[in-house]
Design a protein around this ligand. Structure first.
Ligand SMILES: CC(=O)N[C@H]1[C@@H](OP(=O)(O)OP(=O)(O)OC[C@H]2O[C@@H](n3ccc(=O)[nH]c3=O)[C@H](O)[C@@H]2O)O[C@H](CO)[C@@H](O)[C@@H]1O
Ligand SMILES: C=C(OP(=O)(O)O)C(=O)O
Length: 425
């Protein structure tokens, strides 16, 4: 495991470019195995999740190359094989191989995925979707075995009991080459789902309604790539740097942003009194003055993303009064609290609410990134704090933040990654 070492307390300034969205990328890579041609993605983030997905692809004889932000994947010689469980366990999105393999081979065996430890993460809605499409699903030991009869998958009407990004994507992957028409009702509306549908439609898929809560998919026989797919910018990375810039910036410009994807977040920053300058595809964060406390309640898109409730917390510590955070998606997503307290933050849980009080001074400390977004919160707090902060389990940050150390250096931060002998792999 790695640790991140931060010498904090420096004001940061400059500009940086947001990378391709992690949560699009981790769906697009499994989707690539549905193609009958090589496929290419641009603005691919340099993150551990991509590296681990490449390992999983390689185990199926799907070769990939990643150079200059361009990932090329050749699925034309794909073979069914046992997937490497260590790589599967390293990320949540490995469950997209269930839908993608089912779409490609009419069967899939996938170990239960890993990913962030943020409370219970059932996959019942994914399974419900696969079954509706005609698959037989058996969960045994730590694996899910999914198969169809010789007739393959057929279209179906599926109403999701819970709005789930993962289930929506997995059902699209399975249904895109099924016989007949599938509809997903109460579907998730996240921009990453539109990105996936755009990629598949450009290869000949017939997916309508992505970005609304009813998605219709007419199955097609073949998917053929004709152009490089440019991945949408990462809205969670953007929100993280917006929080960082308002917390300790002396003027920071974020480029490659889709401001419409950020509205639930930027509206909260404006409410706090951050004088954001929102342009067509960039956002400038000036040095901020006094900040108002706010209430944050997470919700499905276009609501405030659960993935940003921890990254905005260091900014809330600067507000002149107590802010309140309620995570309705993952109520147990609170690993940052104990760690931020070690740095002197006034933060506590009270009746299922996270209460964040004004904390005029943070002190560097040894803290642990229990998951990606608590890691991001600690990184911002460490940059704001006086003294040295060491964040162990920093792999959790590196698994989803594109070239994070280079980007922080470009803003003038004193930060490094080193091996952590205390925490074995
Ligand atoms: C790789 C990826 O894109 N990860 C994102 C995705 O995770 P993921 O796709 O796993 O999250 P979901 O949208 O599925 O989860 C939303 C809620 O639905 C529940 N649920 C989900 C599936 C299911 O079968 N049954 C069920 O009850 C979950 O426990 C959770 O409370 O969306 C989450 C919510 O925006 C984000 O935090 C993650 O960053
Ligand atoms: C929870 C997250 O990721 P994953 O679903 O990949 O664990 C996240 O990106 O905040």
């Amino acid at each position: 495991m790695k640790k991140m070492i931060i010498h904090g307390g420096k004001r940061l300034s400059g500009e940086l470019t947001i990378g391709g969205a992690k949560n699009s990328t981790v769906a697009l890579i499994p989707a690539a195995i549905l193609a009958d041609t090589p496929v290419q993605f641009d603005t691919v983030p340099h993150i551990l999740d991509v590296h681990n997905l490449q390992i999983i692809l390689e185990s199926m004889n799907v070769h990939s190359t990643f150079e200059n932000d361009v990932l090329t994947i050749d699925p034309t010689h794909i073979e069914e094989s046992e997937l490497p469980s260590r790589a599967i366990k390293s990320l949540r999105a490995s469950y997209y191989f269930m839908g993608a393999l089912l779409g490609r081979f009419n069967r899939a065996t996938v170990t239960f995925p890993g990913g962030d430890n943020i409370g219970p993460r059932p996959i019942d809605q994914h399974i419900k979707g696969f079954k509706a499409l005609g698959a037989n699903v058996v969960e045994k030991n730590d694996s899910v075995f999914i198969s169809t009869g010789s007739e393959g998958l057929h279209g179906a009407r599926i109403f999701l009991d819970v709005v789930s990004v993962g289930a929506t994507i997995n059902i699209i992957l399975a249904a895109v080459k099924a016989h007949g028409t599938t509809s997903i009702e109460n579907a998730a509306k996240e921009p990453e789902i539109i990105d996936l549908a755009t990629f598949l439609n450009n290869m000949g898929a017939k997916i309508r309604g992505a970005g609304t809560d009813v998605i219709r998919i007419e199955g097609v026989d073949s998917l053929r790539s004709r152009a490089t797919h440019t991945i949408i910018p990462d809205r969670i990375e953007t929100g993280t740097y917006l929080s960082l810039a308002a917390s300790i910036g002396d003027g920071i410009l974020l480029k490659n942003v889709i401001p419409e994807h950020m509205e639930s977040f930027t509206s909260k920053m404006l409410e706090m009194g951050v004088d954001l300058q929102i342009n067509e595809d960039s956002i400038f964060v000036p040095r901020v003055g006094e900040l108002n406390p706010i209430r944050v309640k997470t919700a499905t898109y276009p609501g405030f993303a659960t993935d940003l409730q921890q990254p905005i917390t260091p900014l809330l510590l600067h507000a002149d009064g107590s802010s309140v955070v309620i995570d309705t998606i993952y109520p147990q997503r609170t690993q940052h609290i104990a760690q931020l307290k070690k740095m002197g933050a006034d933060i506590r849980v009270q009746d299922n609410l996270i209460v964040v009080g004004h904390s005029s001074h943070l002190q560097g400390a040894h803290v642990e990134a229990g998951e990606i977004r608590s890691g991001a919160a600690l990184m911002i707090a460490g940059l704001s704090a006086t003294g040295t902060t060491e964040i162990s389990r920093a792999d959790n940050i590196l698994r989803g933040y594109d070239r994070v150390v280079d980007k922080l250096h470009s803003l003038g931060a004193d930060v490094d990654i080193a091996a952590d002998e205390q925490v074995p792999e």
